[in-house]
Design a protein around this ligand. Sequence first.
Ligand code: HEC
Length: 98
Amino acid sequence: MKKIALLLVFLYSLTYAAEYDPIRGQMLSLSCASCHGTDGKSEAITPYIAGMGKASLYQILLDYKNGKRVETMMQKHAKGFTDEELEQIAYYFSNVER
Ligand code: HEC
C-alpha cells in the first residue's frame, strides 16, 4: 500500500506543473511592467495581459521563447527566462484581477 502511494506521488510529480511562488512570480514579472504596465494592466498599445488564463499565457510565452511565435520583441524577451520562470510569470499575471 505504501509503495502504491509513493508511486502515485511520483507519477503526480511528473505531470504536475511547477508550484507557484508568489514572491518570485512578482519579481520576475517586474521585467514586463515597462511595456505592459503595472501588473500587466497596459495603458499603451502593448497588450493588456493582467488576468489572462495561466495555461494560455504560459503557452504563448513558451512559443515566443521557442520561436514558434514571432513578433516584434516578445521572442527576444522570453528567451531570457527558463521555462520554470516563464511559468511563474504566467501564474503571477493570471492571479491579477483584470
Ligand atoms: C520591450 C517591451 C516588452 C516587454 C519588456 C515585454 N513585452 Fe510582452 N509584448 C510586447 C509587445 C510590443 C507585444 C505585441 C507583440 C509584439 O510585437 O512582440 C507583446 C505581446 C505579449 C503577449 C501576447 C499577448 C496577446 O494577447 O497576444 C504576451 C502574453 C506578453 N507580451 C507577455 C509578456 C510578459 C509576461 C513579459 C515579461 C516577462 C513581457 N511580455 C515583456 C512588449 C513587451
